[in-house]
Design a protein around this ligand. Structure first.
Ligand SMILES: C[S@@+](CC[C@H](N)C(=O)[O-])C[C@H]1O[C@@H](n2cnc3c(N)ncnc32)[C@H](O)[C@@H]1O
Length: 282
């Protein structure tokens, strides 16, 4: 079987259990085991574990860099939560407020969960949608690990509440937004941060972004996703772009951002549904 991704059976612990765990992951996300692939793919999904950090973490491995995993408990995401500028940061201001309360967010390009985690840290409820099987698996593993750590470690009392504000769904967001499942809360804000073709995009972590580029490539269908987001959201759609990137082109050239928020490397294009409704809902 030829594929660009496969699951490595963990070399740690009991071999039978490791095989079972890999087979389970393979079934859930429809990713083959590396032992079934000839030649073995360059990118592999497997378990990372060290003597210093003995809890196994699901991670992506590629030859040119170390393991890439998601960690909501410590490292960059925890640091950004504590020192990242709170409610004043551009990402948070871009989400707006509805009658003095925080809107419900759909993060339609969840990726490594960095932006969703910042928003949940500041009280937003976020539904994270991610279409890549490997990235969804990393998110699921990080949420489970984070919740388990938060229930045992009393030094981090807010973490469990933050993680409980995040819900993950592995799906293509365009499909989700075109026909949201019945139980979906009212969709107020849709947030999009599609992969930009340029490799230089300033990312929270270059290693993370590099493996994402190699795994999922640039998102060629951003305008279809933006169109679906504009139809689904009741309050606003927010699109994160590199600072000098053009706005996402839509079939209707009159639909352009109603306002923009700039930060040193990033721009948030805000599409207010109220202001654009006559152009969106024809
Ligand atoms: C640039 S990354 C997002 C990074 C994220 N904001 C973060 O903080 O980690 C873009 C992600 O969106 C996902 N994506 C792009 N289009 C999508 C779609 N239509 N449905 C679901 N996920 C999508 C890609 O698979 C990729 O993981």
């Amino acid at each position: 079987m030829q594929t660009n991704l496969a699951i490595q059976i963990s070399p740690f612990g009991n071999p039978d259990q490791a095989l079972k765990q890999a087979q389970q992951l393979s079934q859930t996300y429809q990713i083959p085991l590396s032992t079934e692939c000839h030649p073995p793919p360059k990118i592999q999904l497997g378990w990372h574990q060290t003597a210093k950090e003995p809890t196994p973490k699901l991670a992506l491995f590629q030859p040119e860099s170390g393991p890439v995993f998601i960690d909501f408990v410590q490292g960059k995401k925890a640091h950004r939560r504590q020192f990242g500028g709170g409610k004043g940061q551009p990402l948070v201001r871009a989400m707006g407020k509805i009658k003095h309360r925080l809107p419900q967010i759909i993060d339609a390009t969840a990726g490594m969960g960095g932006d969703s985690f910042v928003l949940a840290s500041l009280g937003f409820n976020v539904i994270m949608l991610e279409r890549s099987r490997a990235v969804s698996a990393l998110l699921e593993d990080a949420l489970l690990r984070g919740k388990s750590s938060a229930t045992t470690d009393t030094t981090n009392p807010e973490l469990l509440d933050i993680l409980n504000r995040l819900q993950l769904i592995h799906i293509d967001s365009t499909l989700f937004l075109q026909a949201p499942p019945l139980e979906t809360p009212h969709i107020e804000v849709v947030y999009l941060d599609p992969m930009y073709p340029e490799k230089k995009k300033k990312a929270a972590s270059k290693k993370e972004m590099n493996i994402l580029q190699n795994l999922v490539g640039p998102d060629q269908d951003s305008s279809i996703l933006l169109q679906a987001a504009l139809q689904a959201a009741s309050y606003r759609v927010v699109v994160k772009r590199p600072k000098h990137a053009p706005v996402i082109q839509l079939d209707n050239p009159n639909i352009i951002p109603t306002t923009q928020i700039n930060s040193p490397n990033t721009r948030y294009d805000i599409y207010s549904i109220k202001a654009l409704s006559s152009k969106i809902r024809l």
